[in-house]
Structure formats: C-alpha cells, structure tokens
Design a binder for this molecule. Sequence first.
Ligand code: ADP
Ligand code: MG
Length: 384
Amino acid sequence: MAKNEHYIPFDAESVLGFAAPYLQGVPVSAVEIGDGNLNVVFRVHGESGSVIVKQALPYLRVAGESWPLTRHRARIEAEAIEIHNKLAPGRPAQLLHFDDALSALVLEDLTEHLTWREALIAGQEIADVAESVGRYSAAIILGTSDVILPSRQRRTLKRSFVYSELCLVTEDLVFTAPYIDAESNRYVEGIADRVTELRRDRPLRAAAAELRFSFKTRDEALIHGDLHTGSVMIKPGDTRIIDFEFAFFGPSGFDPGVLLANLALSRLAHRSSGNAAFCRFLDTCALAYWNALVDEMRRRWDPSEPWYHRFLAHLLTDAARFAGMEMIRRVVGLAHAKDIDILPIDARVEASTHAIDCGRALILGSPVHHFDDLWHRAIGEETR
Ligand code: ADP
Ligand code: MG
C-alpha cells in the first residue's frame, strides 16, 4: 500500500491513541500548541506527564492549502535530530518516536522551557544560552563537514539529506521575495517606500542572488537551516534546539548568520523601546555565541592546523552576509520577527527601517574581519 494511504491529519481526539505508548497511564487530553506554518503541534497529556506530537501537513499553513508541500520534512527532522544529538548530545529536544507514514514525531515535552525569542521579548536575562547554542553550532558545522568526516561516511550521510522542498521555501522567502514585488511579502505601511527601494537596489539584488547561489550549491555541513531564536527553547540551566525540518547540507555560515541576525533584530526592537540595559545584555549574548563557537571549534580541531584560522575567518564573513539576508526578510518577507512586530507603530517602523539598513550594510559592506565588525553593522552602532 502506498505510504500516503495511511496518512490522516490528527485532531485532538485521534492524536491521543497515537501518543498513548509514550505516555504514563492512559492519555487524558490534547491541545494544539503550535503557531507554526507547516505543521500541527499537539501537547498530549497522560495521567502523569505529557509529550509533544508534531505532524507535517501537506501544505504551507499560512498560505492556506494553495502552497502544497510533501511531508518528507518529517523524516528530515527525525534524522537530523538523531545526527545532531550524536554530535551535541542532549542539545536537541529528544525524539521518542517517528512514524513515517503519518509524518509524525513524538518528542519529549519541554514543559518548563520557553522559546529564546519569548524570553528575549520579555526581557529575561537567562545566562549561558548563547554559549550553549554556539557550542552546538560548532559541533554540527565541524562534525558534518569534510574537515572531520571521512569522505565515504559523509557521502552516505549526504544521500539522506537532499536539497529539500523546504530549501526551496528558504530560497524564495529569504533570498528572493523581499527583492521583488512578491505577493507573500508583508511589511508595516511606514516602510513601504524603503521596501520599494529594495527592488531598485541593483547591488543588493545582485548580492542576494549570489548568496542564494551559495545557499544552493555550498554543501559544506548538515546545518539546522532555521536556527532563529524561536528554534531554541530555554529554562535556566538547560538549552534545547527544536524544529529541524529545514536541515540540509548547506553553507556553514548560514546558521550563525541567522542566529546572530535574530539577536540583532531583538536588539533593534529593544533599542526602539528604549531598553538600553537589555541592549547591553544582547551584546553579551551575541559575543558569547561567537566566542563559544570559536572555542568549541578549537577544542574539536587542532588549532595548530594552519587552515583553522582561515576557516573561521571565512565562516565569519559568510555569517555576516547571511545575517543581512535574514534581517531584511524578517521585516519585509512572509515570516516576521515577532520582537519587532509587536512594537507600537512608530517603534516598529523605526526598528524595521534599521533592520533593512543594517541588513544591507552586512550584505554589501567590505568583508568583516572581527566579530565586533559584524555585530556593529548588524545593530547599526558601536557598542563601546
Ligand atoms: P513548526 O515547525 O511547525 O513551527 P516547531 O517545531 O517550531 O513547529 O514547534 C512549534 C511550537 O511548539 C514551538 O514554538 C514551541 O512553542 C512548541 N514546541 C515544539 N517542540 C516542543 C517540545 N519538544 N517541547 C515543548 N514545546 C515544544
Ligand atoms: Mg518549522
């Protein structure tokens, strides 16, 4: 029987039976918790404890059923969790079960965690998160690269991770749509003129096309592919990564670029709200992320190797450019940074405009040589 004949989208009733084997006692209730665009996510309670069930939908949710997608991403997510968990043990939310026919994952429920984005929006200063994510980034960038992995092993791994349909979504939403008059674009009215300028900005459009080409062709590492602050769940003392469905073999600088861009967007939001002290905290987060990444690479890779420094220099330069793309798309494209969207209108316009200007500076500026250069461009000011 064809696989998709088994596929039934869960509802709050039918998900109970599916989750039952992973719960203590009989399943009691299920609530949909996802705010995602591609999947349904349920929290299913047993007599004691709970689990998360994430099921892929056969279309992109925000666009309605008009944007069909295959459900292959559920398998990608399950396999990426396994591989990243080997490289960075305990960092991904733990996978309890994967059902290919139903395109559904059962995950441990991180009941006490909240997303890093929500914590940053709330102004919570939770220590060590940035460092943990930096070490995770280093572990997967290096651990799935040709630097470390023997060729044969790497070729086998690569076969499971083709350039997926979700890569096409990224291609469109990050590298293309913001620079054309795409229907999917959304932005606050007050930046309409600035958005029109993007479409006439030939150097920027050329750079975006070049970065899209890099994204498609540079299969350097099995990256997370969507490492924004909403893909990190935190509680004091524990940092977890979620949402691996965009994982693919892509450029190493993409994840660090996306992560740093989202920290910078949070900082722009806090600056426009007048929260200077929290801006300082975000400066320390960004630096801690990068320093941890560098330190973890040094730990995993003999630093006397002459290539090491050039590898890192290249990574930083790439991260800066991908960060620029992420900053622009999160205020112009389909999926926005909530940090900025929830601001009062004047602050939102100001932060969105800065995001475009800072993004452009990251993309078109001369190659960055130091982390501070990247960060200063991303936030549009000197931090000391
Ligand atoms: P989507 O890809 O559809 O956005 P996510 O994997 O990002 O789905 O999950 C959507 C939301 O569900 C997350 O933002 C988070 O709030 C919650 N969530 C996801 N996984 C877990 C988990 N293991 N434990 C607790 N909450 C989770
Ligand atoms: Mg997702």
